[in-house]
Unconditional design. Sequence first.
Length: 280
Amino acid sequence: MDSKSIKDLCKLACKIRIGVLESVFSAQSGHPGGSLSIADLLAYLYSKELKVDPKNPQNPNRDRLVLSKGHAAPALYSILAHMGFFQLEDLKTLRKLGSHLQGHPSMKSTPGVDMTTGSLGQGISAACGMALGAKLDNSNVRVYCILGDGEIEEGQVWEASMFASHYNLDNLCLFIDNNSLQIDGSIQEVAGLSNIPEKFSSFGFNVLEIDGHDFEQIEDAINKAKNCKSKPSAIIMKTNKGKCVSYMENNVSWHGAAPNKEQFDIAKKELVAALSKLED
C-alpha cells in the first residue's frame, strides 16, 4: 500500500471518529470507546474491500458486514454516512425519537445495515447463515463480522464457530476487536479470557493476528483470509479502546458514557488537529 493510500485511510478514520463523538455527544448516550477502536477497520473495509453501493444498498450481490458488537453502532453509522448511504447531519439524531439511527443497528430502518444486532453473540450466527446461503447459491458474496473480545464470552459465539468450521465457510471472515476492555473491566478480570487465537484455531479457523490500527496489516490479513480455502478466518485485532482521544484511550469508563461539553470540545479539538495535519 502506498503512502497516499495510507494517508487517505487515516483521514477517513479520523472523520469516522469525529462522527462518533458528535453523535454520542448529541445523544448524551452511546458507546464511544469500542466505536473508536474499530474506526480504522471500517475505513479500510468500506473504502477498499466491501462490494457495496450506497445507491443500491439492497443489491443481492453485495458483500455483507455484520456488526455483532452492535453497541459500536456510532462507528458503523459514521462510515455509512461518509460513504453516502445517508446524510452526515443524520449522525446528530442518534438515539433520538423518530431517528433511523437507534442505539443499536436496525436493518429495517437504516440503509447499509445488513443485520439487526445488539444482543451480544447473535450477530455471528446470522453471519454464518449469510455465508452458508451464499455458498449454496454459488455466489461470490463474502461475509464479514465484527465481534468484541468481551462479546466472545457468550456461548453462542462458539456454537456458531463450530457451525462455520463444519460447513467450511471460507467466505466468512471474523474480526475480533481485542481492546482488552469490556463494560465491567478487563476481559481477564471479568471472565479470565485469554489465548483468543488458540481458541479460534481449535475451532478450525484460519487465524491471523494483527495490529488493528495498521492499515497494511489489515490489508494483508484480509487478503490472506480471502486466499484461504475450506476454512473460515478469524482476524484477531489488537486495538486501543477509545483510540485517538487522549483521555478515552484504554479507559474502561468510556465503554458506554457520553462526554460533557468540555470533554467533547477537547476530543473534537484533538481529532480536528489530527485531521488538519493529515490534510497539510
